[in-house]
Design a protein around this ligand. Structure first.
Ligand code: SF4
Ligand code: SF4
Length: 86
């Protein structure tokens, strides 16, 4: 199950995770359409290879393995899927 970005990204959105991802599956990046308007970044649930490299670089601990998402943030899994139309 893919990794998921949860609520703490909102208001931070510093894109530190983007540079850590080996498969470039976290968007919208700073140079991409929609970045300014996006509340948070999203991990593409199909492209993510579950490597966990993004987790330690997030300054606000917003990223979780899908199975480890805190109950209060489970909806963020669907938000990511919706973002990518998955
Ligand atoms: S777990 Fe790995 S592949 Fe998935 S978003 Fe994080 S860095 Fe990218
Ligand atoms: S590193 Fe954390 S706060 Fe920064 S964009 Fe990624 S998920 Fe959001």
């Amino acid at each position: 199950m893919a990794y998921v970005i949860a609520e703490p990204c909102i208001g931070t959105k510093d894109t530190a995770c983007v540079d850590a991802c080996p498969v470039d599956c976290i968007h919208p990046k700073k140079d991409e359409t929609g970045h300014a308007d996006a509340e948070q970044l999203f991990i593409d649930p199909v492209e993510c290879i579950d490597c966990g490299a993004c987790v330690p670089v997030c300054p606000v601990s917003a990223i979780y393995a899908g199975d480890d998402l805190p109950e209060k943030w489970v909806s963020f899994q669907q938000k990511a899927a919706d973002h990518y139309g998955r």
